[in-house]
Design a protein around this ligand. Structure first.
Ligand code: SF4
Ligand code: SF4
Ligand code: FES
Length: 280
């Protein structure tokens, strides 16, 4: 294949790949068929480099580099499975798991196993975020014992999608929390209940109330759910919806990231305005 000005060529784990100019090292890893753990990265958000679980080794670089945000360039030589990379990813996963509850971070679970990360080795007296779930309305809950401060919700609420800026990180160290202005309750904040923050949260720290209630009742059965794609019926924009249905009842609504109208984001009507379907 001829390398053009609009592509760059690099090597990932010994395999030569060509990606468009401006693509990330993570894109190059994907092109090489190499799976990479990510947490704060999402294809519909700007990378913020908050978690470092995606690090790889670049020949000639003193430090490991975050693959999600580093632009791929011609001639790079990338290694994704060296001892240094494995050790770093394992430590990141252990530190995260030692402070918060990752039990519902489904995309991380296989990587925790893969790298043999064991947060429990830090002992029972380690500092943990341990606070009650915040339930302030019928639409979504906030469980900061599961929050890894990845900033995805802040970005989705801010200039990556919603432009509402209802939430940000407040406090420092273990006191840092995703917070509304002056920590007001959600119904009194600037939140417009689009649920875009919930959709991007990788750990279920933000969770649809319907899912939360079903989990509490031991009735959350993702393996038995079907997902049907349809078009929102409220206006002419044409947002695509994914209806997650369990026992013939809609249990939550998401939107496909690859849809040109929504890029995964919705407004309150598409996200939460479906209860009329069941006549409730
Ligand atoms: S529901 Fe929408 S407006 Fe409210 S905090 Fe989440 S992203 Fe921001
Ligand atoms: S609430 Fe979820 S999306 Fe927001 S910072 Fe915490 S883990 Fe990330
Ligand atoms: S996924 Fe790359 S820094 Fe978080």
């Amino acid at each position: 294949m001829t390398v053009t000005e609009t592509t760059v060529q690099l090597t990932v784990d010994g395999k030569s790949v060509e990606v468009p100019t401006g693509a990330s090292v993570l894109d190059a890893c994907n092109a090489a068929g190499v799976d990479t753990p990510t947490l704060c990265y999402a294809e519909n958000l700007t990378p913020v480099n908050a978690c470092r679980v995606c690090v790889v080794e670049q020949e000639g670089s003193r430090t490991l580099i975050p693959s999600c945000s580093r632009e791929a360039s011609d001639g790079m030589t990338i290694q994704t499975d060296t001892e240094r990379v494995r050790h770093s990813r394992k430590m990141v996963l252990e530190f995260l798991g030692s402070g918060v509850d990752l039990s519902q971070a489904d995309e991380l679970a296989p990587w925790i196993d893969h790298y043999g990360a064991d947060p429990d080795r830090y002992g029972d007296d380690r500092t943990r975020v341990d606070e009650p779930v915040r339930i302030q309305d019928d639409l979504y809950i906030r469980d900061y014992d599961k929050c890894v401060l990845c900033y995805k919700c802040v970005e989705a609420c801010g200039d990556d999608a919603q432009h509402t800026f209802a939430i940000a990180v407040a406090g420092r160290g273990f006191g840092a929390r995703i917070s509304t202005e002056f920590d007001t309750e959600l119904p009194d904040s600037a939140c417009v209940y689009c649920g875009n923050c919930v959709a991007v949260c990788p750990t279920n720290a933000l969770q649809f109330k319907t899912e939360f209630d079903l989990r509490q009742a031991g009735e959350w059965k993702p393996d038995e759910q079907s997902v049907t794609r349809t078009v929102c019926s409220y206006c002419g924009v044409g947002c695509n919806l994914e209806l997650h249905v369990q026992d013939e009842t809609i249990v939550k609504v998401t939107s496909p990231n690859d849809h040109s109208v929504t890029s995964g984001h919705l407004c309150i009507k598409g996200r939460f305005g479906w209860t009329y379907v069941h006549g409730r």
